[in-house]
Ligand binder design. Sequence first.
Ligand SMILES: Nc1nc2c(ncn2[C@@H]2O[C@H](COP(=O)(O)OP(=O)(O)OP(=O)(O)O)[C@@H](O)[C@H]2O)c(=O)[nH]1
Ligand SMILES: [Mg+2]
Length: 343
Amino acid sequence: MKWFKRDKSENQVLADAPTPDTTQEIETQKDVVEKEKSSLGFFEKLKAGLKKTQSAVFGRLDDVFLAFRSVDEELFEELEEVLISADIGVDTSVYMIDMLRKSAREKNIKEPALLKEELKDIISNILNEQDTVCHIEDGLNVIMVIGVNGVGKTTSIGKIANYYKLQGKKVILAAADTFRAAAIDQLEIWANRANVEIVKHQEGSDPSAVVFDAISAAKARGADIVICDTAGRLHNKKHLMDELSKTARVIERETGKKASETLLVLDASTGQNALIQAREFKNAADITGVVLTKLDGTAKGGVVIALSREQNIGVKFIGVGEGIDDLQKFDPEQFAKALFPEE
Ligand SMILES: Nc1nc2c(ncn2[C@@H]2O[C@H](COP(=O)(O)OP(=O)(O)OP(=O)(O)O)[C@@H](O)[C@H]2O)c(=O)[nH]1
Ligand SMILES: [Mg+2]
């Protein structure tokens, strides 16, 4: 089992901070308070984005917990049924309930409502088994963004550019979806919104030449991150693989290393289809993580759990709306917590 170290600072609470006795420590505590405040906003937004999934699936689990007086086999079966009927998938649902039985037995849990916390832990453990951190190192990083038509690649790139720009990174977008002129224009609109530079060529030009130019521009301007948009076609796998490996060669040759991340964008509202796309793309490219979009418009948010458990792929960012701020760094514990209605 792989466990990845995660930066917990965003969720740190003030109670964790030691009593200050120097100005510097007071400043540090201020930072913690600020982070706590922004993390509250973060959580509210996450909850709002998961509202549909919560009421259609996890709210129903809550009803089951309430309806039972004791922890028995009938309860486990009913919980399993609710999970299967959501887009969590049979294998993952069965696994989750097996884990729940096990912890109920080991901890001698007698009250159904107490199983809820166990289930949250089971979900965050499944999610934590994958690498959910978007790795950005010192120096130049290239992020490739791939996925089928309409899943939200260009929109997510705009949001990710804004996310890193706000962290003080210098970002350049590469308009390597040269398939349609409109795709280049759309990326340019997002570059303007995020206030970052864009490198573009004519429609129909070679995508890897755009990436080459974007990397050259990034070197010349001392940029930290180049994010590459790509055309969303999967119908011809050979073509896709050829194009991606050509671009990968350019990235490796020009930066001396592989792309920091190759992010697959999946539309959560397509449910099981998103899982199929993940499997297909994993065969065609070295996917390092997923951006899961449109969680706000769907009850199929449970697909995140199946992606982690069945496709062994970590979600790194989630899209919870169409605006530039509607992107969140994925946080397994917070996500598991936000799936359930408040106590
Ligand atoms: N509600 C919601 N809509 C989103 C989200 N992300 C993207 N969209 C919408 O999805 C639609 C498609 O987004 P694009 O970014 O154009 O998708 P794409 O993958 O680049 O599409 P192609 O370039 O045609 O392959 C747009 O209308 C976006 O506003 C999200 O997180 N939530
Ligand atoms: Mg696009």
